[in-house]
Design a protein around this ligand. Structure first.
Ligand SMILES: [Zn+2]
Length: 335
């Protein structure tokens, strides 16, 4: 019955049959401020604060994978009607934003915040495969390009790692850009949004200091990810070294025994007691690796803010909350 109702609603929406009063039920993403991923949503929520003049939504459903997301027709319509649209500008959203949104959007009406533009090309890092993941990732690239040679060609377009928000300095710059866009969208409340952004940037500064001092006072400087690795910006910011099973946006959830063997050697060489997975992971690779090293390691979660679980979303968990959890995990893993 529920399924039928959903189908019926979806069909009616597509045909434009419903009255405006019931439109909200088929386009729950409709809002004044719309972000593709959780990080942008969180930053906009902080800027907006308690102010009810602007509504806010995240396109991604909580608990789902950013890299699997494709916009529906109602999502596109919602973005075109928004006052502020926030996206990453990288692997997971640049393509559809460039083809479905940018040619149609009225930039007088909708402020667009592209995180890549905000950070600036000079501060972007090229995608790189973690040491132990290399072979596996290269294999996937070959599948995708079908020629296998493109990988080394100079004329190949530079692919930047998209996870810019994992750097605290970048996060502060993005919050500030979102504040500017929100102020343009609702000029009457500029003072409130400016004060909110300043307060959040102060929180981010505090987190930044705490991460730095945790790392400074730790004996080890290396982390092992038995998972995807979307933390290049974070690791570079704090000078940590790392190894991982998969690249940042890899679509695979499995790795060869070769990759496991390489990570096992790293664990033994570096006296590693904790290995990481990222949020919403199946933890399959981590469990395999753990048993390969006779359960001598424990598995911790590193929150990367692509998305959050349904419960965390409902409870209003923030980027700052999750970075605090990351600090706890770091202080275990680095000592
Ligand atoms: Zn990604």
């Amino acid at each position: 019955m529920k399924f039928f109702k959903k189908l019926l609603l979806g069909g009616a929406c597509a045909l434009g049959l419903l009255s405006t009063a019931s439109l909200t039920s088929c386009s729950s993403k409709e809002a004044d401020i719309i972000s593709t991923c959780f990080a942008g949503y969180d930053f906009a929520r902080a800027v907006k604060g308690e102010n009810e003049d602007l509504s806010l939504s995240m396109l991604l459903n909580p608990g789902s994978d950013l890299h699997d997301y494709d916009p529906s027709a109602t999502d596109i319509k919602a973005i075109l009607n928004a006052k502020v649209f926030i996206y990453i500008g990288g692997e997971s959203d640049a393509e559809w934003v460039e083809s479905d949104i940018l040619p149609k959007i009225d930039t007088e009406k909708t402020q667009v915040v592209n995180m890549f533009d905000v950070i600036g090309e000079a501060a972007l890092y090229e995608e790189e495969d973690p040491e132990s993941a290399e072979e596996e990732e290269h294999h996937h690239d070959e599948d995708e390009t079908a020629s296998g040679e493109d990988h080394d060609h100079e004329e190949e377009e530079t692919e930047y790692d998209e996870h810019v928000w994992t750097s605290l300095s970048n996060a502060k710059v993005i919050v500030s850009a979102i504040k500017d866009a929100v102020c343009k969208a609702d000029a009457d409340n500029t003072d409130t949004y400016t004060a909110n952004a300043t307060a959040y940037i102060n929180d981010l500064n505090e987190i930044d200091t705490n991460i730095q001092s945790t790392i400074d006072s730790s004996a080890k400087k290396m982390l092992i990810f038995a998972d995807r690795f979307p933390l290049l910006y974070f690791m570079k910011e704090y000078g940590l070294s790392y190894d991982a099973a998969l690249g940042g946006c890899s679509s695979s959830t499995e790795v060869s025994s070769n990759v496991i063997a390489k990570l096992k050697a790293k664990i033994e060489e570096n006296d590693v007691n904790y290995i990481f997975t990222i949020e919403l992971s199946t933890k399959q690779i981590a469990e395999t690796l753990k048993s390969e090293v006779n359960n001598s390691v424990e598995i911790l979660t590193f929150y990367t803010m692509h998305n959050v679980s349904k419960d965390d979303f409902k409870n209003g968990v923030t980027y700052v909350d999750m970075m605090e959890k990351n600090i706890e995990a770091l202080s275990l893993a680095l000592n």
